[in-house]
Design a binder for this molecule. Structure first.
Ligand code: GDP
Ligand code: MN
Length: 323
């Protein structure tokens, strides 16, 4: 397939991304040899390139992010943004005081898929430093996405910290009003809202794992959406994450059947685990995760909601995994 792994990282992430790559290679890519694109706001150093190239079985590419994709856009009031960071630091909101984290979230929301190196590909699989894959992947998820017309996928879902996105839903509603043509008829609004769209329930797909369609992200619908959100300034006046931004887009602008939950991809990113519930599946895929750690059916997960709106049957024994 015309697909690539993609990682945003700093040079200092070298050993943490090395671990992730080894997992992905052992469990999947050593048999498929897909390319891997690394992106950074600063040039990658030789050590980073040497280690990662030696670990990836496909071809590696290293991209420097253009300044415009990693800085304050001209319409942002720097003083106001600074006051927000100071206030969030006092309130101890996670990454609330960080400028670079905000650039990162804005970049992942609106720019990674249009980097020059990404333009050659149709599908991506996002990999972060220090993640784990606990089971073999016995088929090609990229091919699965293509053959089943899937455009966005996830393994873990949860509620967002409301302090980081107080006005995100207002912005989304404004976008929906201005661009009804981009809203899918059979969408997943029920995943995002419990009152038909009036308020956001803060559910989102955890975007540190994503397999998705780059063509969709490069579409007019998605880029209009990002542009509208970016104009509203919440990446800097609040601390909007790329996870709710991607998730809301996928839930509203894609048809339900274009989303996918990869039950058989067992995954960990601190602090949550997705471990498949079925014992036979875990044995067939040589899994090493403890099913008790599976987050899917716990109270802070939104995956039950996803199952409900899609009329999916919950796996046997899900009740015993609730706490
Ligand atoms: P968390 O998962 O939300 O706690 O955030 P991470 O620290 O894992 O950052 C998310 C992704 O962005 C990871 O792939 C990081 O390597 C990357 N990242 C975060 N901050 C920066 C940065 O300042 N520069 C670069 N190049 N990458 C960053
Ligand atoms: Mn992370």
């Amino acid at each position: 397939m015309n697909a690539t792994f993609v990682t945003l990282a700093r040079n200092s992430d070298i050993w943490d991304i090395a671990k992730s790559i080894r997992q992905v290679e052992d469990r999947f890519n050593r048999r498929y040899n897909y390319d891997w694109v690394f992106l950074n706001d600063k040039p990658f150093d030789e050590a980073f390139k040497k280690v990662t190239t030696s670990l990836v079985s496909g071809t590696t590419h290293y991209g420097l992010i253009p300044k415009e994709h990693w800085s304050f856009p001209p319409h942002i009031d720097q003083e106001r943004a600074k006051k927000v960071r100071e206030d969030m630091a006092q309130r101890k909101i996670i990454y609330g005081d960080s400028t670079s984290y905000r650039h990162m979230c804005r970049f992942e929301s609106g720019f990674f898929f249009r980097q020059e190196l990404m333009m050659n590909y149709d599908y991506y699989w996002r990999v972060e430093p220090s993640v784990e894959l606990y089971c073999d992947v016995h088929y090609d998820p990229f091919r699965f996405m293509h053959e089943n017309k899937k455009k966005y996928s996830f393994v873990i879902s949860l509620y967002e910290y409301v302090e980081t996105i107080p006005t995100l839903w207002d912005s989304v509603k404004k976008f929906m009003k201005n661009h009804p043509e981009h809203i899918a008829e059979d969408n997943s609004m029920g995943f995002l809202s419990d009152d038909g769209g009036k308020t956001y329930n803060h559910c989102h797909f955890w975007s540190n794992f994503e397999i998705g369609s780059l063509r969709w992200l490069r579409s007019k619908a998605y880029t209009d959406y990002f542009e509208s959100l970016d104009q509203d300034g919440g990446f800097f006046y609040e601390r909007w994450g790329d996870a709710p931004v991607h998730s809301i887009a996928a839930a509203l602008m894609l048809k339900k059947e274009e989303l996918h939950f990869f039950n058989d991809i067992a995954y960990w990113h601190v602090p949550f685990t997705h471990c498949p519930t079925g014992e036979k599946l875990r044995q067939d895929l040589k899994c090493t995760c403890n099913p008790k750690d599976n987050f899917d059916w716990k109270g802070y997960s939104c995956t039950a909601r996803y199952f409900d709106i899609n009329d999916l049957d919950r796996p046997e024994g899900w009740e015993t995994q609730q706490d």
